[in-house]
Design a protein around this ligand. Structure first.
Ligand code: PMM
Length: 266
């Protein structure tokens, strides 16, 4: 899944693709690099971010979804808002990627049920403006699995077909760097939920902290793609449904290497 953030302030690429023409060109480039899905989002979820209003979010994503769909892309829309989900699907989106997993707006789950499209249900503990204050766990892995199980149960109760749900542990969302590493180390435990998993670690802060410069400053987001691809190569050796990444070519290469080794190893 290649990322197109149509936002002024995403941590990873904020402002680069805010103009529809730039976002469309970027989406086409990611398709050419081999993305199976293009994730189009109009709201930054970086820690501390202020939400755009709904009309602004619609203005950002709809032209991009329309054009990329016309060009043959399979689009997911990264939104917590039911009205945006409806308009995005009308414009051609095939999947809803809701980083709040149905918790930000009570109308989201019934809306997705009505739309009948696949749904990414991410672990979430609150909006970006104060989510890091909620990064408190006794055991992050079991608590994220329990929270996600509840979010999935709610989604199914609201009418979403269980076979169209994809879970996501929500790396960096109300998680410290240590929490993210623990989740990655024990990702197998999520198999208990019996659902396909999407992983979004690309360019995230914990990778920057792992790779400080000589003065101790974290590696900037645009220089975290090699570390992201290294994780993708490792993740590709287990059954992960997808990775959400900014640098599609490097991550496709990582998957190709892991696949080839898998062929040898059996
Ligand atoms: N991360 C971001 C945005 N959307 N969606 C899913 N499903 N999983 C994620 O981990 C995720 C997401 C934030 O990253 P960005 O600002 O680089 O897009």
């Amino acid at each position: 899944m290649g990322v197109v953030n149509v936002t002024p302030d995403s941590f990873s690429d904020g402002g680069e693709w805010l103009e529809p023409a730039d976002a469309i060109r970027h989406g086409l480039d990611l398709m050419a690099e081999g993305a199976d899905l293009i994730d189009v989002g109009g709201e930054s979820t970086r820690p501390g971010a202020v939400r755009p209003d709904q009309d602004e979010e619609l203005r950002r994503v709809l032209p991009v979804i329309t054009e990329l769909t016309r060009a043959g892309a399979v689009i997911s829309v990264d939104t917590m808002r039911p009205r945006v989900a409806v308009a995005a699907v009308a414009a051609g989106a095939a999947l809803i990627n809701d980083v709040s997993g149905g918790l930000a707006d009570p109308a989201m789950l019934p809306t997705v049920a009505e739309l009948g499209v696949p749904y990414v249900c991410m672990h979430w503990r609150g909006h970006a403006e104060d989510m890091q204050s909620r990064a408190v766990y006794r055991d992050v892995v079991t608590e994220v699995i329990d929270d996600l199980a509840q979010q999935v149960e709610r989604a199914v109760q609201q009418g979403i077909d269980p076979s169209s749900i994809i879970i996501d542990p929500g790396f960096g969302f109300a998680k410290t760097g240590d929490h993210n590493w623990q989740l990655l180390q024990r990702l197998d435990e999520f198999d208990a939920l019996g659902l396909p998993m999407l992983v979004g670690v690309s360019r995230k802060r914990f990778l920057g902290s792992l790779l400080p410069d000589a003065d101790g400053a974290p590696r900037p987001p645009l220089q975290r793609d090699d570390a992201s691809a290294a994780l993708t190569a490792i993740l590709a050796r287990r059954p992960v449904w997808g990775v959400r990444v900014h640098a599609v070519r490097q991550n496709r290469d990582a998957v190709a290497v892991a696949d080839r080794l898998g062929d040898i190893g059996g």
